[in-house]
Design a protein around this ligand. Structure first.
Ligand SMILES: Cc1ncc(COP(=O)(O)O)c(C=O)c1O
Length: 437
């Protein structure tokens, strides 16, 4: 493949460094999804919409820090705030003013966030959400979605990848306490849920499947699950770690009239610094209050040495402040660029591809025989993922455009229509070369 040769030619220093990385890191990486064949380029800096690698190649980035960088890499407002904070110092290990400022912004924008606890990753936030749901309800089973991704917590590391029947890892105990249900299929989901309703602590779901294929849930599905959960004294945990502050200033759930018990946030609300946030109604979060409850009646949630550290709180506050101030410009702009990308890419590929997504998120699926729509992860998994990889890799090797191969793209406020047009041209070339073979 000429793309592989082109890539190897332009990433010689990366190749050497990745070899060094592989000697000391498992698979050469510190997050499984960051590896791609033949080796990932090594980044030395980033700015605005660009990543720059050690060979000085520039890539227009659509991975955008695991989709966390809605204002782009190193936006001035956030950088200035972080510089000021560094002067004051970067780790207190005590209650600090920066946390209160960020929480005041979140609580006003996210109605369910009557009480908040911080962690350092989204993984911890979902882990705590599960523990809290079990503690509040006194029940054990958590239902998740086939293809749902909530981070590396042992509690939810099951049914992530096709055929959704097993855990992603060894070392996980009590797997029978995690059950999975098919996304966007209320009837089948309710059949499964009905069988375990007496021990169902909660249902955790992303309103738009992120890692599972960039697929929005229908309102009917989400409402149906919520109704079932509340009828059976179980909790609804909405994982808005990707969707929170992505489509509007706030969460997605109020726009679909949901009434979740717990919402988890991360990514964008940390403005590129480590964060996980657990938001809940007062009557739920009071179970985490350590002042009165017996140990067996309360949940330990949030915490960790670096929870609510002043750097994350500062970058989160600066990011949300900018989003709030410019929400009437930023969201319409990035949402319409997302629509433009979906529409135009769809025109190039025609019926060979389905482009899923919402707002500024989009993902290309090369359909295999029999797939006519993508409304769940099973359909996404059955698509031709090799072609998707080739497509993304071609853009890395020849067009200076970076999607983490196989993953959805996220448009940030620093991307322009011209940038999307470059994807369209690169896609056109890819498709012409593919069809002329
Ligand atoms: C929906 C969702 N929940 C949770 C997580 C885990 O967050 P983190 O990677 O910060 O641990 C992710 C990460 O991609 C995610 O997409």
């Amino acid at each position: 493949m000429s793309e592989i040769l082109d890539y190897k030619k332009k990433t010689k220093k990366s190749a050497k460094l990745f070899l060094a990385s592989s000697k000391i890191h498992v698979n050469g990486v510190s997050h499984n999804i960051r590896f791609f064949e033949p080796y990932p380029f090594i980044v030395k800096s980033s700015s605005g919409k660009n990543l720059q690698d050690v060979d000085d190649n520039k890539y227009t980035d659509y991975w955008m820090g695991h989709w966390s960088l809605i204002l782009g890499h190193g936006p001035k407002q956030v950088k200035d705030s972080l510089k000021k904070q560094i002067e004051k110092s970067w780790m207190y290990g005590t209650v600090n003013e920066q946390t209160i400022k960020l929480s005041e912004l979140i609580t006003k924008a996210v109605p369910v966030a009557e009480k908040i606890r911080y962690a350092t990753t989204g993984t911890e936030a979902t882990m705590y959400a599960v523990r809290l749901a079990r503690s509040v309800t006194g029940k054990k089973i958590i239902a998740k979605i086939d293809g749902g991704w909530h981070g590396y917590t042992s509690d939810l590391l099951k049914s992530v990848n096709w055929p959704f029947t097993e855990s992603e890892s060894g070392g996980i105990v009590n797997e029978e306490k995690i059950i999975s249900i098919p996304f966007n299929d209320l009837e089948k989901s309710l059949v499964i849920l009905n069988k375990i309703s007496t021990d169902l602590a909660g249902i955790i779901i992303e309103p738009v499947l992120g890692g599972g294929g960039c697929i929005p849930a229908t309102q009917e599905y989400l409402k149906g699950l919520e109704e079932f959960a509340h009828k059976n004294n179980s909790l609804i945990i909405l994982d808005e770690i990707v969707t929170g502050f992505r489509f509007r200033f706030g969460c997605l759930y109020p726009t679909i009239n949901l009434d979740p018990d717990i919402v988890t946030l991360g990514k964008i609300v940390g403005g590129g610094m480590p964060i996980g946030v657990l938001c809940g109604k007062k009557e739920i979060m009071k179970f985490a209050d350590t002042s009165g409850n017996k140990k067996s009646e309360r949940a330990y949630i949030g915490g960790g040495t670096f929870s609510a550290n002043p750097m994350s709180m500062t970058s989160g506050f600066a990011t949300l402040s900018e989003l709030k101030k410019s929400k009437n410009m930023i969201y319409p702009k990035i949402n319409s660029l997302g629509k433009f990308a979906r529409d135009e890419l769809g025109k190039i590929f025609g019926s060979k591809v389905i482009i899923t997504g919402k707002g500024s998120l989009f993902m290309t699926h090369f359909v295999s025989e029999g797939i006519t729509e993508i409304t769940n992860s099973a359909q996404a998994a059955k698509c031709d993922t090799k072609s998707l990889y080739n497509y993304h890799f071609k853009m890395i090797a020849q067009d200076g455009i970076f999607f983490l191969p196989g993953k959805l793209g996220a448009i940030s406020n620093v991307h322009t229509k011209e940038d999307i047009k470059k994807i369209i041209t690169a896609t056109d070339n890819f498709e012409q070369a593919r069809t002329s073979k």
